[in-house]
Design a protein around this ligand. Structure first.
Ligand code: ZN
Length: 136
């Protein structure tokens, strides 16, 4: 019997530091089903494969869904209201994050272009991306 725990190529702390300092998003790619995710983990959330490969995602994407939060957790109490967003990244993969300065549903729309912005706050911060969508 194999009692060894699966190993990740880096720690959660390194991953979070990437959110704060990085110009690209650190991410994982599943070698079996090609799922890409920026959420740290040991196994693929879609097919359960252990042994995810580290990759990076380009910083821009398109808003797939969002909701405006008026009553946040403690870490965001000074930022409310803000948007919790689901973003389809240009390089593949759908990730969740948050956007400051979104005060109401009228301030953002599904399909809007956003880009990753390093932040000392927890999670992945996005801001509006003025650049046009790259040709597919
Ligand atoms: Zn998978």
């Amino acid at each position: 019997m194999d009692d060894e725990l699966p190993r990740a190529p880096h720690s959660i702390a390194e991953f979070v530091r990437g959110y704060e300092e990085g110009q690209t998003l650190r991410a994982f790619r599943c070698p079996r089903c090609d799922l890409k995710t920026a959420t740290w983990g040991l196994a693929c959330p879609r097919c359960g494969t252990v042994g995810l490969e580290e990759t990076t995602l380009p910083p821009s994407g398109t808003v797939a869904a969002f909701t405006v939060l008026a009553v946040p957790g403690d870490e965001f109490v000074n930022d409310a209201p803000y948007a919790y967003v689901v973003v389809d990244m240009d390089g593949g993969g759908r990730i969740t994050g948050w956007m400051p300065s979104i005060r109401s549903d009228a301030d953002l729309a599904v399909g809007d272009r956003v880009r990753f912005s390093p932040s000392y706050k927890p999670g992945v911060q996005f801001v509006r991306d003025p650049a046009p969508r790259p040709e597919a």
